[in-house]
Design a protein around this ligand. Structure first.
Ligand code: ADP
Ligand code: GN1
Ligand code: MG
Length: 370
């Protein structure tokens, strides 16, 4: 990653309570530019911070996004304190600038924010031990519960139509018609895979329109690397990456976790023979998630979890494919064909989920305890 030109400017607006010893780009997110800042305090202690530049290509109204994060983390802090938890580890905590602001706008009008670094945690790029996946399910379920009384009307929509799958398919059609880089001929098979599932795309949105599925406060980007695990206990402790918290469907949160975690390979594995949808991982996640959420989910929502798994995977594949056709302007890439490799893994998973759909339905029913 190219280091931001204004990084020094941003480093200077924070009083990090000591002098900076080093900083480096950090993590494997596809969207923001993230840095770890190491500091030595006046009493010679080492302390770390996360400094991020918000991707303004993706988030058109970063100040509204920051208002969401401030409101949600303040609410979570109160909830955690009420339950005798440790708010400095169990939620993100924003750091104020020297001017007493929760964000900084640099001289190029880019928006930055900083958080306390949560120490002694691990962040996983794939499921290494099945217990981690079970823990992540409980954590994401708990997160939705914690926010169940949060006033949803306070939240801004940070990306319009974020999980509107039919709209994502339309964007793909537009990219095909524009064919900016002449790539359409290279990915005919992938395009027809996506287009042939047009009818499926509207399954959840139709039910939402008919009020059969409730809107909840959801995270909307529930992949495994958006959770930090305690290094010692291996329990999920903190949900991070709160940029897309918006009113949404629990099916999408559940489904996005499945898309990323219930695969035998990483999201960008180029060798498709290694990529499979793993029903045991699916069952593990369903068990953990439903242990925490069963009592608040309706029966229609329960069935929607299986649809969410398929549609979030299909939608993500459609988004990677669209970005490939558009010239890789949305998701960070680190090699040629990165986005098309990603799209192919998603479509392979969708195909295998379709084969296992009835079994997936049986599994969610098995763990639904009212
Ligand atoms: P992106 O939106 O680009 O995915 P994230 O907010 O998820 O950015 O941050 C990228 C990575 O930085 C995370 O996957 C995690 O490894 C690390 N990270 C983010 N916030 C913290 C934090 N407060 N403490 C420790 N690590 C963090
Ligand atoms: C992006 O920010 P990150 O890397 O956690 C994307 C998600 C995709 C994901 C695919 C704001 O998530 O929607 O599912 O990549 N985030 C945004 O890995 O578009
Ligand atoms: Mg992330």
């Amino acid at each position: 990653m190219v280091i931001d030109i204004k990084l020094n400017e941003a480093l200077n607006v924070y009083d990090f309570d000591g002098f900076i010893t080093e900083y480096f780009s950090y993590g494997e997110g596809h969207i923001n530019n993230t840095y770890c800042v190491c500091v030595k305090t006046s009493d010679a202690k080492e302390r770390k911070y996360i400094l991020q530049r918000i991707n303004s290509n993706v988030f058109k109204e970063p100040l509204k996004l920051m208002e969401n994060i401030y409101n949600v983390t303040s609410y979570l802090k109160d909830e955690i304190i009420k339950n005798d938890g440790e708010y400095l580890r169990e939620t993100l905590n924003l750091i104020k600038t020297k001017d007493n602001n929760y964000y900084y706008i640099d001289s190029d009008k880019q928006v930055w924010r900083a958080f306390y670094f949560i120490e002694d945690t691990i962040c996983l790029q794939s499921v290494e031990k099945i217990e981690h996946f079970y823990e992540s399910a409980k954590s994401f379920g708990k997160f939705m519960r914690q926010l169940s009384e949060f006033p949803a009307e306070k939240l801004h929509e940070t990306i319009a139509k974020f999980h509107d799958t039919p709209n994502r398919l339309n964007n793909l059609k537009n990219a095909i018609n524009a064919d900016k880089l002449g790539r359409v001929d290279l990915v005919k098979e992938e395009i027809s895979f996506a287009l042939s599932r047009e009818k499926d795309c509207s399954y959840l949105m139709d039910r939402l329109d008919r009020n059969e599925l409730p809107l909840r406060v959801t995270h909307n980007d529930t992949k495994l690397n958006n959770i930090l695990f305690d290094k010692y206990t291996q329990k999920g402790i903190c949900i991070i990456d709160l940029d897309t918290i918006m009113p949404g469907l629990c099916a999408n949160d559940f489904g996005d976790s499945i898309r990323f975690g219930a695969s035998t390979a990483t999201e960008d594995e180029p060798d498709l023979s290694k990529v499979h949808f793993d029903l045991e991982l699916f069952e593990t996640y369903a068990k953990g998630y439903l242990e925490v959420t069963s009592d608040i989910l309706t029966e229609t929502e329960l069935e929607s979890l299986v649809w969410g798994s398929k549609l979030m995977t299909l939608e993500c594949g459609i988004r990677f494919l669209t970005d490939y056709l558009d010239g890789d302007t949305y998701f960070k890439i680190s090699r040629e064909n990165h986005n098309i490799d990603r799209a192919r893994t998603q479509f392979k998973l969708v195909h295998e989920m379709e084969q296992s759909f009835d079994k997936m339905l049986e599994i969610v029913k098995k763990y639904y305890k009212k």
